[in-house]
Structure formats: structure tokens, C-alpha cells
Design a protein around this ligand. Structure first.
Ligand code: FMN
Length: 317
């Protein structure tokens, strides 16, 4: 069974992936947040900062992702990426944000199977990389995903990661496992399940409904509990409380942002987003997160978080 860390723009960037790899177990591949392709002749190096080999401790377990709706742009970017040494490139057909979908990108491309075909005609010409597709059930309706799945079946892609929501839901509501099952049944490619695995029990529920799926992608659940992937790999066996690892994760992410961002406000904004996930298990009442969100300077912030990070919180009581 393989576990993949889902890409989360602004959260699972290279420093987070490197630190996570150092401290935690259970993740087999790290999917990097999307890079948007452009049609401009010259491609700036800054677009690739997150996946530059010198920024990533081990590129063999990192998969870059492209957000694109044009085949030529895709190929151009994919060529640069594969020349860096990456073996797999992932295509984002899932992003739900209106600024993206209205340009027919991400899940905004799902209602247009013919456009998807055109991109794949180009993207599949280059055999220097394996192409995988990360998608949602549809933009407005799972019917759209059905048609897309039939298109994908015609191409030599290496796998599909299916987030069991439609784009219009963004991250709200629940996953639609019935629609997932229907699309999974017609998909001829290797299928990875994605969506709302927050605990070992969630994983077991999905795994027992789809016993032939052996690849799972976890995003927010791993950010909320970085021990979750190893718990799943260990069949739910208890892992001793390791608050020191959480402290190290925090301190290294904090120090990265402190070095690269200018001004306390930017630093605190980033850390507040980081804690939106990491506080879920530590702080079910939300009080701790509220006080972090109120902090206006670095010292107050560190005072608040160090109280928790120096405690011996038990992740799985
Ligand atoms: C803040 C945020 C940023 C995301 N960025 C990306 C991205 O860059 N590429 C992508 O394919 N999905 C992105 N996603 C979607 C996740 O990869 C994943 O599909 C989704 O969160 C469902 O999985 P989960 O329930 O395990 O989190 C993002 C999700 C969130 C919440």
C-alpha cells in the first residue's frame, strides 16, 4: 500500500516537505503544489523554485504538478521538469477556485473533455516522464468526470488521483463515495483515492469499501496529525506521543519563514495558517488557535505556542 502527501499550495512547499521527510514516516511520494504554465516564450526560473533539485532533499520521492489548459505549454514546462530528473509529472484537473476555473483550468476544465483530449495529445508525445492526473468528480456534476474518465482511458497515463468531490463544493460538504465508485469502475488506470482521510478509522472505512485500491493521497489529515501516515502504515498501532517532533516541525517551519519573509506580520500570517491545521487535535475547543490568531508580534506568538509545544500532549489518548 502506498501513501501520497497531497499538494497544498502555500503549505506543503519544499521546506515543509523536506522537514516532514526528516521527521515523520509513512509517506511514499510527495506531490508538489501546482506550477501554472504560460504561453510566453521565455519561462522564468522562479516558476520552478519549489521543485529545483537543490531545494529538495530527495527528488526521487517528489512529483511536480502542472496547472495547464494548453498542450504546448504543458510540454514545454514538462520538458524542463523532466530534465531536472523528475520521472513523474502530475496534471491538476482539480483546483476549485473561481479565479482558476473560469479560465478553464483545474476542475474548470472538466466540463470540456475535448480540450482535455487536446492537452493529452501533446502531453503524451513526450515519453521522458510518466503522466498522472489529479482530478475531481466534475466541476458542477459527476457526469462530467465520467466523460473525462473515458477520455483518460484512451491515453497512456500512469495513474489517476481522484478527489471525491465536485469543484463547486470547494472543500465543503462531504465526499461522494458513490460517485467515486462509479468513476473508479470505468477507469482503466491505476486509481488513487483522495479526500477527507483524517484518522486511521477514516482510512479503514475507505479501504474496506474499495479493497482493490492500494494508493491513498492524504492532505489536510496529515497536516493536522503528521503521525497519521505512519499510523496507517502501522495498521493503527499506537505510536508513542512525540511532541518533540511536532516542536521541531514547528521550529523549523518558523525559522524558514523568519529567514525568507520580511516583517513580522507576514511571518505570523503564515504561522497562523500552519496552526489552522496543526491545532485541530491539540485544541478541539479552538481556544488556543484563537489566541494564536490574536497575537500581533513574534514574542507573544512564541509565548503562546511554546506553552503547548513544551507540553506532553498525547495525540491518541
Ligand atoms: C490550502 C489548500 C491548497 C491546495 N493546493 C493544491 C494544489 O496545489 N494542487 C492540487 O492538486 N490540490 C491542491 N489542494 C487539494 C488537495 O491536494 C487535496 O486534493 C484536498 O485537500 C483533498 O484531500 P484531503 O481531504 O486529504 O485534504 C489544496 C487544498 C488546500 C486545502
Amino acid at each position: 500500500m502506498k501513501l501520497f502527501l497531497a499538494p497544498l499550495q502555500g503549505l506543503t512547499n519544499y521546506y515543509y516537505r523536506n522537514i516532514y521527510q526528516d521527521l515523520f514516516e509513512g509517506i511514499d511520494l510527495y506531490y508538489a503544489p501546482f506550477i501554472t504554465t504560460s504561453t510566453s516564450f521565455k519561462i522564468g526560473q522562479s516558476a520552478f523554485k519549489d521543485i529545483l533539485p537543490e531545494n529538495n532533499n530527495n527528488i526521487d520521492i517528489v512529483v511536480p504538478q502542472l496547472l495547464s489548459n494548453d498542450g504546448e505549454g504543458f510540454r514545454k514546462y514538462a520538458k524542463i521538469i523532466s530534465e531536472m530528473g523528475y520521472k513523474e509529472i502530475n496534471w491538476n484537473l482539480g483546483c476549485p477556485y473561481p479565479t482558476v476555473t473560469k479560465k478553464k483550468r483545474g476542475s474548470g476544465l472538466l466540463p470540456y473533455p475535448d480540450m482535455i483530449r487536446k492537452v493529452l495529445d501533446e502531453a503524451c508525445k513526450d515519453t521522458n516522464y510518466n503522466l498522472t492526473v489529479k482530478m475531481r468528480l466534475g466541476l458542477h456534476d459527476p457526469e462530467e468526470g465520467f466523460e473525462v474518465m473515458e477520455v483518460l482511458n484512451d491515453y497512456p497515463i500512469s495513474g489517476v488521483m481522484l478527489h471525491a468531490r465536485i469543484g463547486k463544493q470547494k472543500y465543503e460538504g462531504t465526499v461522494d463515495l458513490d460517485a467515486f465508485e462509479e468513476q473508479y469502475k470505468i477507469c482503466k488506470h491505476d486509481m488513487t483515492y483522495n479526500g477527507d482521510i483524517y484518522s486511521y478509522e477514516d482510512y479503514v472505512k475507505i479501504q474496506s469499501r474499495f479493497p482493490n485500491i492500494d494508493k491513498f493521497m492524504i492532505g489536510r489529515g496529515a497536516l493536522m496529525d503528521p503521525f497519521l501516515p505512519s499510523l496507517i502504515k502501522n495498521n493503527g498501532f499506537y505510536i508513542p506521543n512525540e511532541m518533540d517532533k511536532i516542536k521541531e516541525l514547528h521550529d523549523r517551519v518558523f525559522s524558514h519563514y523568519e529567514n525568507v519573509l520580511s516583517g513580522e506580520k507576514h511571518l505570523l500570517d503564515r504561522m497562523k495558517e500552519f496552526w489552522t491545521y496543526l491545532s485541530v487535535h491539540i485544541d478541539p475547543s479552538g481556544k488556543f488557535l484563537k489566541s494564536i490568531k490574536k497575537s500581533k508580534n513574534k514574542d507573544t506568538y512564541l509565548n503562546i505556542v511554546n506553552k503547548v509545544l513544551n507540553s506532553s500532549f498525547n495525540w491518541r489518548k
